[in-house]
Design a protein around this ligand. Sequence first.
Ligand SMILES: [Zn+2]
Length: 467
Amino acid sequence: MSANPFVAIQIGPNSFLEEGTDNVLDILQERGAVNALLLASHSFCYGTAGRAQYRFPDHGAQEPDHMQGGSFIHNRPQYYAKTSIRDFRAPDRDSGGIDIMDEVVPKATSRGMKVYAWINESPFDLVSKHVPGYIHCLEEDMWGRKAWPGCFNNPDFKGLHLGVVEEHVKHYDLAGVALISERRGPLGNVLNLAHNSRNGMHPTCFCQYCRAIARERGINVDRAKAGYVALSEFIAKAAKKERPVDGYFVEFWRILLNYPEILSWEKLWTDGQLQLYKDIYGTVKAIDPKKEAGFHIVHVHSFSPLYRAIIDFSELKRYADWLKPVLYHNCAGVRFQNYVRDLCGGVFGDSTPDKVYRMYYDFLGYEEAPLEELHKTGFSADYVYRETKRSVAAVNDEIPIYPGIDVDIPPGRPPAPENKRSTPDDVGDAVKAAFRGGARGVVISRKYSEMFLDNLSACGDAVRSLR
Ligand SMILES: [Zn+2]
């Protein structure tokens, strides 16, 4: 480990507004040994901005804030000529009426801290509720209905996010930008339909722009739609325990054979997402090659062999300055439990969660507590070590891996009382495991406003103990 490794923390604008910028920076440096901020200057999402949702820690405001979110900088219209979406500023109630980068960047950089714009494209949130015209960039499902998230291939969606990146890179003394895009393609959504339906995530996108790309690739649009209808009907029946005559897995495989367009569309969707990553990387470099573009990799990458296959780090390294794989060990317990149980409500309906769990451990290379205990134990620091090591090998150590470390992330929505909570010991162990696995830094996650200060101190203590 280097003498001064990258130690970033994710933080929302509200923390600086409510607790005072210099006070917060003092706490981050002294307790967490933090030297970089991922400042959520564009977010509609409680995963990155706003107060804690279920339990307030020992600092900051102690009541819900009912955040709307949006942009926390004073946007300049010249960057948004390529999108019809213009009015996305967070309301003054959330932003304090100020530009958060103007407030924080000079104070942080004067202390030698790096600042990144932490940009959340917020697919789980009802952005359309707040932003005029956002409905025109939404994805469409196979029935032609609008979905909640924006489409990566829609020019308005792309124009908005590239405008946000360009504006941040040009106007503030930043180290770079980092994107969080927590969604996956239509096949992944349909296989975890029970979970994703709760989040409004359906198989997408079949909008005019995606259909045009499909035609260029020679993919039959109607066959792809029909395939996803068949898959969705299969999953819906499986949820009602209506077992196909030949079994769940055989039926799933038969649908794939009958509609190979299902896989083609999964690839088309993912290529659209990754094209945005490439465009962001290129935009940053075209303005200032010294500035960085980093990417958050959603938790399911370490749960799903299918998602792991399609998001290939050995390709991502070509257009990322660093990757932050989510290795949230504590909340992984309850998240993985739910994930496996979901699978057994569909494709793996012939088996049981406990057996599928063992098989997935073999696929993924984990050794954790029994399935029925996971919500009470979380995953171990060994998970952080193994996943860090794999990630470093996957990028051939050519770009830094900065694992996301779980500090008081809610273990469930809402968390059950018996679910495992972060402790200083396990937080410290996770940080040490990340560096033992070859990480060149860590990202303390997922936002300062939900972290207890002793757990933050455990991160700093672990980093200092390794120097
Ligand atoms: Zn589309």
